[in-house]
Write a protein that binds this ligand. Structure first.
Ligand code: ZN
Length: 597
């Protein structure tokens, strides 16, 4: 900074430089690992050049006297580094472009992270706040009398920040959405947002959705049809599918049940998996289908059903899972359980609301987004109903937004065991309570209920590292895609068909098959040869039907990532593995206790 005119003591300049250095190193924890990963090759020069560019532009900003530019950009850096550092601390991975986009889609659920990852988020906020202080701290230096080439950047410190943002954006574009790992999170997230924004602006207007493709045969086989979409319910943890499984309250239904066994979700994240089912996407063209297919609401409405949506997760008309106002207009009754009910009472209330619909004469099609068992699991069942213990800390109670201090994801065997217990308590409470209320006095001869979940959970039963339970980008654990799939009815014509189909397609079902099945059961005829549908559950499903998507939104020529829910022989091992871990941990506890005086 030789030419810069300054009356500030060199000591203050040094302090500011040290703080900025600490901020950059403290918020970019995966830098060393990234450099080691690149290794000594030409790519390292590009990597170093981008870093140098970021450092120089940030220093010009930090030492510039123009306050508005410093304030605005330090706020952008604060958001960016909080996001990347919290992500790195929680999942020990670089925040990629596709991951960033997916997290934006989940932002309505950010309060769920609160309590679950408090320590990591607080740490990220603290380090990022250091950046705001460092950048806005005096001294600011007057620019030197420079050659004209350098005058522009010196006079426009705010615009100058766009230089690294554009450079990283260009790399993202050239590398198919990749290549940003290890760059300063301060600029990377801004580049992500920039590329997403540019795509939104440049994308052609959303095309008109297609009209329904099937002809209705004139008869409605059922008065009431319901799709119960549970939240985060893992198919190989429930009593429908395994010994020692969590009681769902469904087994006493006996012969009314057609259980398709452990099925695969469409995707491993709520938004993509719910939307995939509502719009009946097919595996071959799911991204296009998501844009063009008519929703199942439109088929239901055309068949003469009153359409009802019961949402136990959100409130005050807030939408989720890519539902938009246009879709809401296709729903006759839009019902949200609301904040009057605590997390441990929402599914019971949702069951009551459904029950009221099922007791009406008027034909209806109802889609339920249950509260289910998204993390944190504690607080979603009353303490008095603890069936499995020990559980995770109960610091989190009653309100979704409570600050559950002490809440941590499972990091070791004992915590995994506690997490599984909390999860099972939640599952038992929310499924039993929901179905008890929903089915009271309902005539099942005229009603069909399809029960499934949006995705499973990864409890790292095999000891695999990481704390992520679902929504993994890239190769995902089989548990994330394992869901229950069963139908409930006592309809004389369809019950035998469904039970036979469940036997034939045991463990071969997929949520991709749900939409066409619903249409068949609404009374629609089979699709023609040119129509774009997955098979329905009543036919014979192929053996390789159970793959689910993890990397869903792909662009710039990237391929989606499909995952297996596991081989036949291991499909039901998950809970047993978790219980074995429990026994091992218990043994350690017992021997420690007996060793005590
Ligand atoms: Zn979900």
């Amino acid at each position: 900074m030789g030419g810069w005119v300054s009356r500030a003591p060199a000591a203050w300049i040094a302090v500011k430089l040290v703080l900025i250095g600490a901020y950059l190193l403290g918020t970019n924890r995966l830098l060393v690992e990234r450099v080691a990963h690149i290794g000594l090759q030409p790519g390292l020069v590009v990597f170093a050049a981008v870093w140098l560019l970021c450092i120089v532009t940030m220093l010009v900003l930090a030492f510039h006297a123009r306050t508005p530019a410093r304030v605005v950009w330090s706020a952008i850096f604060f958001l960016g580094s909080t996001f990347t550092l919290a992500h790195a601390l929680i999942v020990s991975r670089h925040l990629g472009f596709i991951e960033f986009e997916q997290l934006l889609g989940l932002i309505g659920f950010a309060h769920n992270l609160k309590g679950f990852h408090d320590a990591q988020i607080l740490q990220a906020v603290a380090w990022s706040a250091l950046g705001v202080i460092a950048i806005n701290l005096p001294p600011w230096l007057a620019p030197p009398d420079s050659p004209s080439l350098l005058r522009w950047p010196q006079r426009n410190p705010g615009l100058l920040q766009l230089l690294p943002v554009v450079a990283i954006g260009a790399i993202l574009y050239l590398r198919g959405g990749e290549g940003s790992n290890g760059f300063p999170g301060q600029y990377t997230t801004a580049a992500f947002a920039g590329v997403l924004g540019a795509e939104k602006v440049l994308a052609p207007a959303a095309p008109q959705r297609e009209d329904i493709a099937l002809a209705h045969l004139g008869q409605r086989p059922f008065r009431h049809i319901v799709l119960v979409m549970d939240e985060s319910v893992r198919g190989d943890y429930v009593d429908l599918n395994v010994e020692d499984g969590v009681e769902t309250g469904l087994r006493p239904l006996g012969s009314a049940l057609a259980n398709f066994g452990i099925a695969a979700s469409t995707a491993n994240c709520s938004a993509t998996s719910n939307a995939s089912v509502r719009y009946g996407v097919t595996r071959d063209s799911y991204l296009k289908d998501l844009q063009l297919n008519p929703s199942f609401w439109r088929y239901a409405g055309r068949a003469g059903y009153r359409t009802v949506y019961i949402d136990a997760q959100r409130h005050d008309g807030k939408l989720q899972n890519f539902m938009d106002p246009r879709e809401v207009a296709e729903i006759d009754e839009f019902v949200q359980v609301g904040t009057a009910f605590g997390p441990d009472a929402k599914d019971i209330e949702a069951g009551r609301l459904l029950n009221r619909v099922l007791l009406r004469d008027r034909p209806s099609f109802t889609y339920v987004n249950k509260m289910g068992c998204h993390f944190p699991y504690e607080g979603k069942y009353p303490t008095a109903n603890t069936l499995y213990s020990p559980t995770m800390s109960r610091a989190f109670v009653s309100k979704e937004t409570d600050d559950g201090t002490g809440y941590r994801q499972a990091e070791n065997a004992e915590q995994r065991w506690r997490q599984v217990n909390s999860y099972r308590n939640c599952l038992a409470w929310n499924t039993r309570g929901f179905f008890r209320e929903a089915l009271a006095n309902v005539d099942l001869s005229d009603t069909l209920i399809v029960y499934t979940a949006d995705h499973g959970q990864n409890f790292h039963e095999d000891g695999s590292p990481g704390e992520q339970t679902h929504c993994t980008i890239g190769q995902a654990s089989p548990g994330e895609g394992r869901i229950p799939l069963a139908t409930i009815t006592r309809n004389a014509e369809y019950l035998p068909l469904l039970r036979e189909a469940a036997r034939r397609n045991q463990d071969r079902g997929s949520a991709f098959n749900v939409y066409p099945t619903l249409l068949t059961l609404m009374g629609y005829g089979p699709p023609g040869s040119g129509d774009n549908f997955e098979a329905d559950l009543l036919g014979a499903l192929p053996q390789d039907n159970t793959r689910f998507l993890s990397t869903y939104f792909v662009r710039f020529g990237r391929e989606p990532v499909w995952n297996s829910i596991g081989r036949d022989t291991q499909l039901r091992d998950g809970l047993q593995q978790a219980l074995a871990e429990e026994r091992r941990t218990a043994k350690v506890d017992a021997s420690a206790a007996s060793g005590a005086p």
